[in-house]
Every structure is written in C-alpha cells, then in structure tokens.
Design a protein around this ligand. Structure first.
Ligand SMILES: [Zn+2]
Length: 245
C-alpha cells in the first residue's frame, strides 16, 4: 500500500476477503480500503494471495475458534508462515467464551493467544483482537504479558468500562454498524481518535460497503458529519496498520 493515499476513502478495518465469492471480489465497492484478516492457516494462505492481488493491507493470525477446531499441533508451522509473510498486524487472535465451553478449551485458547502476543512482539507488529464474551480476560492477558504495543479490539461488544480500559492501555476500538446499548454508550463516550470502523464481511454485513452503516451510526451519536467520521477513522486505521496516508 505504500504511496497510495487513502484520502477521500474510508477504511474497513476488519473484513475477510478470503471468504468472499470470486464474483464479489471482482466487483468490490469503490472508495473503501479493506483490511483483510486471516483466522486459520488456510485462511491466512488465501489472505496473503488476495491481499497481494488487490494491494490491500492484511492481517494474519490464528483465532481461538480455529484452535478449538484444529488443535495446536501445527502451531509452529502456522506461526512461521505468519512471520514469513510480514502482515500489517497479527490477527485475528484472542479469546472466545462463545465457542469455548470447558476449562480445557479456555486453557488451549489462552496458551495460543499468548503465543500470538509473543509473535507480534517479536515481529514488532500490532495485534487485532477477537474478544467474544471475553473482553476483560483479553485485557488481563495482555497486561500479564507486558504488552506495550498497539492493539485493536475488533467487533468490540463489551461494556464501557472495558472499552475505557483498552483505550487507557493504548488500544483502539473497532465499531461495527450494529446498534446496541453498549455500543451506543461507547461511541458517545470515547474520542473519535480512538475508533475505527469495520464490517467483519462477509460474516456480519455481506460486503465492505456495510462500513457506511458504522460511519452513519457514529455520526448520528456524536454529531460529527459522516464525512469527518470517515476521514478520521481512515486516518486512525492507516496509522494503526501503517499503510500510506
Ligand atoms: Zn472477523
């Protein structure tokens, strides 16, 4: 992305282009820079390929849902792939209490999350964090590992206290266009400089233009014009992922 300016463009800070249909990929909506994110070794491989073809920023990681399904026998090889392909961030990684149910599940998830944090530390890359029903747990683990770098709470669905704590620890909060009581509070209370917008497409909205729903939502609650919300969140994302601005 070096040299390409996102001026006048908005950034979808988290989507999964590797899960898009080919036709959909060939006709992506214009004016949006998608940050595409892997979540398993096979998804990471596809992500590298697609990001290369489209020239968009990308993240590589092993998500907790993946670990529960595939175990961690091949984690070493998967991590080497991430290191070799120099992503813009390590992600998505984190903890999940929706899919994880037992004590063993949680131990497995946390062990791999710690490995991902150390990998990001070693590569000097930021983290994109999945924290489904596990926001404070993720922040506890980050603290325990002494994490000092940038991190983004993707599809943040926790409460205002955890959002504030994340921001105090140097994190940013990624807002999706789904309306909720918690999200409304967070948007009203946190500075725009600590927010980015995302779609998690094709899983949450079908396409990356769903990012305008998040922009509109923030605009309504903060009073900032949509244009400004788009510009500031694009700048926040480009600084976070370090692609040209
Ligand atoms: Zn995702």
């Amino acid at each position: 992305m070096a040299g390409k300016s996102p001026e006048g463009k908005v950034v979808d800070a988290h989507c999964h282009l590797d899960s898009f249909k080919k036709k959909q990929l060939e006709a992506l909506p214009e004016g949006i820079i998608p940050v595409t994110c892997g979540y398993s070794h096979s998804s990471n491989r596809k992500t590298v390929e697609i990001a290369g073809e489209l020239g968009v920023p990308f993240c590589l990681g092993i998500a907790p849902q993946t670990v529960l399904k595939e175990g961690k026998e091949n984690l070493g090889e998967w991590m080497q792939f991430i290191a070799d392909n120099r992503p813009n961030a390590v992600g998505e990684v984190g903890l999940d209490r929706h899919w994880g149910k037992t004590r063993e599940d949680f131990e497995l998830e946390e062990g791999v999350f710690r490995e991902m944090i150390f990998l990001a530390q070693k590569l000097e890359l930021p983290l994109v964090i999945h924290s489904r029903k596990a926001e404070s747990w993720c922040l506890d683990v980050l603290e325990e590992t002494g994490w000092k770098g940038r991190f983004m709470m993707h599809f943040f669905a926790g409460g205002l206290d955890d959002a504030r704590r994340a921001v105090d620890m140097g994190g940013i909060i990624s807002i999706i266009g789904l309306h909720s009581k918690h999200r409304k509070k967070i948007i009203r209370e946190l500075p725009l400089g600590k927010m980015v917008v995302e779609t998690d497409a094709p899983y949450v909205t079908r396409n990356i233009d769903g990012v305008f729903e998040a922009i509109e939502y923030i605009s309504k609650l903060t009073g900032f014009p949509e244009r400004e919300v788009g510009e500031v969140t694009a700048k926040n994302a480009s600084e976070f992922f370090r692609f040209g601005f």
